[in-house]
Design a protein around this ligand. Structure first.
Ligand SMILES: [Ca+2]
Ligand SMILES: [Ca+2]
Length: 379
């Protein structure tokens, strides 16, 4: 490169870095196992991003596990949101999911999950807050935070919090509550570990949840027998799909049905990490069977059931981010059947997947220096 050009390039990069503005990055192509090619546009980078959600205007909120919330434009300009609280960062814990209230356009309410510590740092739990997002002032700010759910009990260890959030078409709030790597609590009515929780949007407990005579805590449960659920979404028919990480293999995609037991840790199509086998799902018909499962594991994180115009062939399909599999996995959903139908790979673990108001797919890679990518059809 001629010397003046090199100096110009360095100066340009310095200007972008100094202003905290997006840096210039080349787009690339990724082709799936069926030969379908997408164009991937790097938009921004984050330190350990965990979740994102789109606002009605097409901008995004992005959380990072160490505890920051960013408002992000479609061009990748990031503004840190003020007013976030302390989180217990470490292991699998930190700042977690962010979703909008169904009436966000009127009430500006967002829901944010995170991990907090108790007992002088010895125990941990996930919590969910409802908070007002004020994006109209000079600095975007969170206000009026109200804790509406607390994972019970708090226990030692920093794994399997799950704490993903979704709203149903009827405005009910669903929260995944992982089994905290304690296994048997997933079958225990006296702990909220290994359950999917269903609440009103303000945190009140509805009286039509399935378990009404198993104690106060069980009145919050929708389903039980789960492990670590990092993806949750509703399809166009209003059905709830949730995936969960298996132990040594046996990751599951489940169709969530009120009052069902999904079997963990009694059954799994994977085995314990020690190599000790776990009976497969088909051996115990009282447990709900996964609609799809993976041996070897994909380590699923993030889930969107696609409902956009940009990829008409994929309407109704699921997209799952893969951590260990370093892939974006497409799931064909047909009736109540689900199967992996395609896999995009570019050598990076994927933490989160979303669809924007125009129908483009956006992914967050995992770990430090992780990219936010916009995926569109190849020109
Ligand atoms: Ca999301
Ligand atoms: Ca299961």
């Amino acid at each position: 490169m001629p010397r003046f050009a090199a100096i110009f390039a360095v100066a340009l990069a310095a200007v972008f870095l100094a202003a905290g503005q997006p840096t210039v990055a080349e787009s690339f192509e990724t082709t799936d196992t069926n030969g379908v090619t997408l164009q991937a546009f790097p938009v921004a980078t984050f330190d350990e991003p965990w979740a994102m959600t789109f606002l009605p205007d097409g901008t995004m909120l992005v959380t990072t596990k160490p505890g920051k919330l960013f408002h992000v434009t479609r061009d990748g300009e990031k503004t840190e949101v003020a007013g976030i609280w302390d989180v217990a960062y470490g292991g699998q814990g930190g700042l977690g999911d962010v979703v909008l209230h169904p009436d966000f356009s009127q009430n500006n309410l967002v829901y944010i999950s995170n991990v907090e510590t108790q007992d002088g740092g010895d125990t941990f739990r996930a919590v969910v807050r409802r908070v007002r997002f004020d994006r109209f002032g000079a600095t975007p700010t969170l206000a009026d935070a109200e804790q509406i759910w607390t994972q019970t009990p708090n226990v030692p260890g920093q794994g399997h919090f799950s704490h993903r959030i979704a709203f149903g078409p009827d405005g009910m709030l669903f929260i995944t509550s992982g089994e905290r790597q304690k296994l048997t609590p997933a079958q225990d009515f006296t702990t909220a570990l290994g359950k999917i929780i269903r609440l009103y949007a303000d945190g009140r407990v509805p009286d039509d949840n399935p378990w009404q005579i198993r104690g106060e805590l069980a009145k919050t449960f929708w389903t039980m027998g789960h492990r670590n659920m990092l993806g949750i979404d509703f399809d166009r028919m209003g059905r709830l799909w949730v995936h969960e990480m298996g132990p040594r293999h046996g990751d599951e995609l489940n169709l969530i049905v009120r009052g069902e037991n999904y079997g963990w840790p009694v059954v799994s199509n994977g085995d314990h990490y020690s190599g000790v086998p776990i009976p497969d799902h088909h051996t115990r018909t009282e447990f709900n069977t996964p609609k799809a499962f993976w041996v070897p594991a994909i380590s699923p994180a993030g889930l969107v059931i696609y409902d956009g115009e940009m990829f008409p062939d994929w309407r109704g399909d699921g997209f799952i981010g893969g951590l260990s599999s370093q892939a974006l996995i497409r799931i064909d959903i047909s009736g109540e059947n689900a199967r992996e139908a395609g896999r995009f790979e570019w050598g990076k673990s994927i933490r989160e997947i979303e669809q924007d108001p125009n129908g483009a797919l956006w992914v967050l890679e995992d770990d430090s220096d992780a990219r936010l990518l916009r995926l569109t059809p190849k020109d």
